[in-house]
Design a protein around this ligand. Structure first.
Ligand code: SF4
Length: 360
C-alpha cells in the first residue's frame, strides 16, 4: 500500500512525520503548482469549486507517483465537500488509476475516527507506536503555526523586505527535518529568536487586516496567490484566526467535551444569519461582526461558485458593524496582477480611512 494525500499549506509535514514513524509508505505529491491546477481543471466537472480542482490535481499527481490509497477529508456538512471523495474517485478510475480514496471523516468520530483510520493504514500497528507518532506530528503542526504567526506580524515592519519569508522557508525545512522533540524545540526557539532580532521600522503602525473565508483557500497559499505575503509587502499586518493547529485542538480534542471555539463567532453572526449554511459562511459573517472594531479592514477569500461564501458575501455589506471588506473570488482565472491592483487600491482606501479617523 502506498499512501498519498492532497496538499494544504504545510500540512504534509506532520503527516509525513506520522507515517514515517509508522513505517507507512507515503508519497508526497509535488507542491501545488500550475500543472496541478491544469490537471484539476481539465478533469473536474464544470462549476466545481477551486478546492475540488486543486485537490483532484494533487491526487492525480500522487497517483502518478504510484499512490494506490489516497486520503481525502470528508464532511457531513451542507456544501459540496461531502461529494468530493466520491466524484474524485470516479474521475481517477476514468483516468485509469486504480487508486482507492479513503475518507477521513473528522466530523463524525473526531479523534477516535482519525486514530482508527491511522491504525488501519498502518496495518494494525500497536497503539503504543501510533499515539507517540501522532503526538509528534501534532507537535510539528503546532511549531509550524507558531512560527507563521510571528512571521505575519513581522512582514509589514521588517526593514529589509523578504527577510521574514526567507526565515520562514528555512524554519519550515528545519521543522520538517527535526526527528525528536529536543531538535524540534531548539528549531522553534532558534527561528523565533532570529525573527525577533530582524531589524524593524519602529515608527510604523501597520494597517491590520483580517483574512476570513473558506478554510482551504485561507490555508493553501497557491489558491490565494500568496495573498498574505503580498499584504505583508504592502505594509499590512495580517490576522487570521484559522490555523490547522487550532482547528485540530478544538475539533479533535475539545469539541467532544462541548467546548466549541466557534460559539462566539456564531453568536456574533446571529442577528444576520441564524444557522449553518455549510462550509465557513456562518463564520465569515461572524468574524466580520466580531472584528469590525479591531481591524482596519477584511480580505474575504471565497472560492468561485462556493455557495456558503456567496451567501456570506451578500450579507456582509448589510451588517451595522462597519468595516471595509474586499472579497477575492479564487479560481483558475484569478491573476496575480489583477489581485495586486485590488490589494493596493484597498490598502490605499484603508490608509485614507485611518487618517480621517485619526483627525476626528
Ligand atoms: S465550502 Fe465552498 S469551496 Fe469549500 S467545499 Fe464547500 S462549496 Fe466548495
Amino acid at each position: 500500500m502506498r499512501i498519498g494525500m492532497p496538499h494544504m499549506g504545510n500540512l504534509y509535514i506532520p503527516f509525513k512525520s506520522l507515517f514515517q514513524r509508522l513505517d507507512i509508505d507515503f508519497v508526497i505529491p509535488p507542491l501545488t503548482s500550475q500543472r496541478t491546477l491544469s490537471l484539476g481543471v481539465r478533469h473536474s466537472p464544470e462549476g466545481t469549486c477551486l478546492p475540488f480542482k486543486l485537490t483532484l490535481g494533487n491526487l492525480i499527481e500522487a497517483a502518478e507517483l504510484g499512490a494506490d490509497t489516497l486520503l481525502m477529508p470528508a464532511g457531513s456538512g451542507i456544501c459540496r465537500l461531502g461529494y468530493y471523495a466520491k466524484t474524485q474517485q470516479h474521475v481517477l478510475h476514468e483516468l485509469g488509476y486504480n487508486a482507492e480514496i479513503v475518507c477521513v471523516g473528522f466530523s463524525q468520530r473526531k479523534l477516535a475516527g482519525l486514530l482508527e483510520t491511522i491504525k488501519n493504514l498502518s496495518n494494525n500497528a500497536p497503539w503504543s507506536k501510533i499515539i507517540p507518532a501522532f503526538r509528534f506530528g501534532l507537535a510539528k503542526l503546532n511549531a509550524l503555526d507558531r512560527i507563521e504567526r510571528v512571521v505575519q506580524k513581522l512582514r509589514p515592519v521588517e526593514e529589509t523586505k523578504g527577510t521574514a519569508n526567507r526565515l520562514l522557508t528555512k524554519a519550515v525545512k528545519a521543522i520538517d527535518q527535526a526527528n525528536d522533540y529536543n531538535t524540534l524545540k531548539r528549531v522553534q526557539i532558534d527561528y523565533i529568536n532570529q525573527l525577533n532580532q530582524v531589524t524593524k521600522d519602529e515608527e510604523t503602525s501597520p494597517l491590520v487586516v483580517g483574512i476570513i473565508g473558506e478554510f482551504y483557500v485561507l490555508l493553501e497559499p497557491f489558491s490565494n496567490l500568496d495573498v498574505e505575503k503580498e499584504l505583508g509587502r504592502l505594509g499590512v499586518e495580517v490576522r487570521r484566526t484559522t490555523f490547522v493547529s487550532e482547528w485540530t485542538k478544538f475539533s479533535l480534542f475539545l469539541n467532544p467535551f462541548g467546548v466549541n471555539e466557534k460559539d462566539r463567532i456564531h453568536k456574533a453572526a446571529l442577528p444576520y444569519l441564524k444557522r449553518d449554511i455549510g462550509g465557513d459562511g456562518w463564520e465569515s459573517v461572524g468574524e466580520k461582526v466580531l472584528h469590525a472594531k479591531e481591524y482596519d479592514g477584511l480580505v474575504h477569500l471565497a472560492p468561485f461558485t462556493c455557495m456558503p461564501e456567496i451567501v456570506a458575501q451578500n450579507i456582509m455589506p448589510k451588517t451595522k458593524e462597519n468595516i471595509p471588506v474586499l472579497t477575492i473570488l479564487c479560481d483558475e482565472q484569478l491573476g496575480k496582477s489583477g489581485m495586486l491592483t485590488r490589494l493596493e487600491a484597498f490598502t490605499d482606501l484603508l490608509k485614507h480611512r485611518r487618517r480621517v479617523k485619526n483627525k476626528a
